[in-house]
Design a protein around this ligand. Sequence first.
Ligand SMILES: [Zn+2]
Length: 162
Amino acid sequence: MSIQRHVTVEGVRLRFAAAHMATLGDDLEPLHGHNYVVRCRVEGDLTADRWVIDFGVLKRAVREACEALDHRFLLQARSTLLQASLDGATWTVRFGDREYRFPASDVAVLPIENTTAELLAQWIADRVDEALTAGGHGNVTRIAVDVEEMPGQSGGYARDRE
Ligand SMILES: [Zn+2]
């Protein structure tokens, strides 16, 4: 018999509002935004206190990831379809004859191929993983993150921890 316990956090502060434009095939969405909602679930063994993790610790890790994205333009820096370049304090993003310029302070530069909910969930999960590692939460064996773009429409990512 395999026993697995888990903790899930979501809430009013585990959200971010951001602009993006995802690529679809050879096309690029118009610039637009979402009020994203994030849900994180971790699995693991019980500690001596008989919990997987303190809710507050997990919420803080997710909140810090959300804050890094909040009120930013989400740039998929590994896109093979967008040409993005940083000149001084300005990002220029080109796609065909479209050109966008953003102050660097308004841009969250993400090492992902596209700003889909699935890859945003992966980016957040990686941040949570780093925070759990830094906090010594070695009992947590799996992290799952869902990112909701709008009600009823979310993408997710889950993986076992090393
Ligand atoms: Zn969108």
